[in-house]
Design a protein around this ligand. Sequence first.
Ligand code: ZN
Length: 256
Amino acid sequence: MRKIISTLLALLAVLAVGAGMTVVALTNGTPVAKDGSVSAFDRIGRAFTAAEVAARDRRYAANASSGRGEPDAVHWVDRTDSSPLVIVAPHAVNHHRDGEPKPADRYTGPIAEILARRLGASVLTTTGEVSDWNEQWDDRDDEFTRILHDLPDEAIIIDLHGMADSSAAEPISLGTGKKDSGPSMEIAEGIKDSFGGAAEINETFTAKAAYTDTRHMQGRGHDALQVEMAQSMRNPGDLNVGYTIDALEGALESLH
Ligand SMILES: [Zn+2]
């Protein structure tokens, strides 16, 4: 009996050291908090978030990022009864633009899922390659569009995308769409504050075509905001993804 107990204790010690080393390895990245004050608790939390992003990413990464689902398949969790926030990742898998295939906005799917779960918000992501809809919402006959069009009037759309690190002066670029959308601007300012000011508003993506979820849903009377995240803010190999999700959660939690 004694031998069994000491063997179990030794095994536990090995497991604990292994877990500790994993946490240390995962926390070697440098989150971009401007004031540099990241507690050990936050670092460990971000390491776990990065691991969750990687785990949830499997369904999106499958088939060379066309996703595990059939073409135009979606992941939809409806929490509109209890929260107006709807987190959307329309480019979580490969899609099309101007008739050309366009690679996935990597990790926006898992980021949307985790953010929505923490906020108690709804989440809509693409999990199967998105068809070429010729930049026309009127022609669309897919689950993604049907869900968006069935949302209650008070739903607020947070439209998550990925951009290259070199695309904008800041790692987060926010687009409020229609200029007169007051609540979108308030939400954008809140997100900018939450990232310690490291976000631009209506700069790089101001002149985007009308064919975006944000513009489309604003046209239907919703408040909506486009959030572009640099690659380095999304990659779970880099702890910034934990920081990114924490910062978005902090900015959005007052809205739900
Ligand atoms: Zn996108």
